[in-house]
Design a binder for this molecule. Structure first.
Ligand SMILES: *Cc1c(COP(=O)(O)O)cnc(C)c1O
Length: 360
């Protein structure tokens, strides 16, 4: 097999060691005679896998005991609706920060259920930065405050935790969960689709403070009520068993790297390599404000967009894949999640320098 580096924004690269373990255990998991894919979700073996995955995630993130961890389906996009359905709690409105494409989608969906107060927006500068908290116009009567700490498409990350007083803070951490330590106790609810930094697509993780559960809007379907899943250990119906198993192996892998503080150190090194390369020349450009440069998703443009195709073609020849930027931003985007090795970023930087030399 040829070796490649996959810079896809999601589904994204997984640790090679995890994939190899999955391969070894695929047909016969721990002498059970069957694959995890074939196991009853209520059987002893799978219940053990699920419990261990949850315990490992709790320990990695330091999740306090008054929070539930839910293993759901439907993607982060379903949470755009489930959050207002579950957290409005009789209030009319919720606060949203607008920092890009994913914020916009969350806002659009919330408007079906609530009056949305946009506390601040960076649309004026094509979502190239995140407004500081001093610019937010919070409503003290809001049911919750929602923000997107890492905009996967724009590559805009917020490294500080907003202060929202008694109003619960809700975060879509789909693309930066587990990339660095976060103080879960500062949040009412955190959600993330798995396919960026956790595991295979099909699993969505929700971490929710217990007192926020159980006040859904009238008519909420059973499956969309956090209480249903919280009361049944995410086993009310069939959860995404195989994705949970792989996620569990990824949690163990992160633990073996030294946990989230170690991940942050490695992630800062990797992102630093790339941003230094972008800053060292005017052949390439990072469109994002320095203080908001994402550690996970690095969009960049070539000074001459006419060279984009040639850049991508040469990258592909070197096994540097999925670097084409999102259509709303253009140019390139390198997603460098936890599982992207430092050598992958180095290979990209080496190629960028070589390409500039030839075409600059
Ligand atoms: C990918 C992504 C989503 C959408 O996730 P799905 O699981 O595909 O619904 C939402 N928010 C952010 C920040 C993302 O990166």
């Amino acid at each position: 097999m040829s070796s490649v580096y996959n810079f896809s924004a999601g589904p994204a690269v997984l640790p090679k060691a995890v994939l190899q373990q999955v391969q070894q255990e695929l047909v016969d998991w721990h002498n059970s005679g069957m694959s995890v894919m074939e196991m009853s979700h209520r059987g002893k073996e799978f219940m053990g896998i699920a419990a261990e995955a949850e315990a490992d995630l709790r320990s990695l993130m330091g999740i306090p005991s008054n929070y539930k961890v839910l293993f759901l389906q439907g993607g982060a996009s379903s949470q755009f609706a489930m959050v207002p359905m579950n957290l409005l709690g009789g209030k009319a409105g919720a606060d949203y920060l607008n920092t890009g494409e994913w914020s916009k989608k969350a806002i659009k969906e919330a408007k079906r259920f609530a009056s949305v107060n946009v506390v601040a927006s960076s649309e004026d500068k094509n979502f190239s930065y995140a407004p500081g908290q001093d610019a937010w116009k919070l409503d003290s009567n809001a049911a919750y405050v929602h923000y997107t700490p890492n905009e996967t498409i724009g590559g805009v990350e917020i490294f500080w935790t907003p202060e929202t007083g008694n109003v619960p803070l809700v975060a879509d951490m789909s693309s930066n969960i587990l990339s660095r330590p976060m103080d879960v106790s500062k949040y009412g609810l955190i959600y993330a689709g798995a396919q960026k930094n956790i595991g295979p697509a099909g699993l969505t993780i929700v971490i929710v403070r217990e007192d926020l559960i159980g006040q859904t809007v009238a008519g909420t379907p059973t499956m969309f009520d956090y209480k249903t899943h919280a009361e049944n250990e995410s086993m009310y119906n069939t959860p995404p068993t195989f994705a949970m198993y792989v996620a569990g192996l990824v949690f163990k892998w992160i633990g073996a790297q030294g946990g989230l503080a170690a991940m942050e150190k490695i992630n800062r090194e990797k992102a630093g390599l790339l941003y230094d390369a972008l800053d060292g020349t005017d052949f390439y450009n990072s469109p994002v404000a320095k203080e908001n440069r994402s550690l996970m998703n690095v969009p960049f443009t070539l000074k001459d967009a006419a060279l984009d195709e040639a850049f991508l073609k040469g990258a592909k020849e070197r096994g540097l894949l999925q670097l084409k930027g999102h259509r709303s931003v253009g140019g390139m985007r390198a997603s460098i999640y936890n599982a992207m090795p430092r050598a992958g970023v180095q290979a990209l930087v080496d190629y960028m320098k070589e390409f500039e030399k030839k075409n600059g």
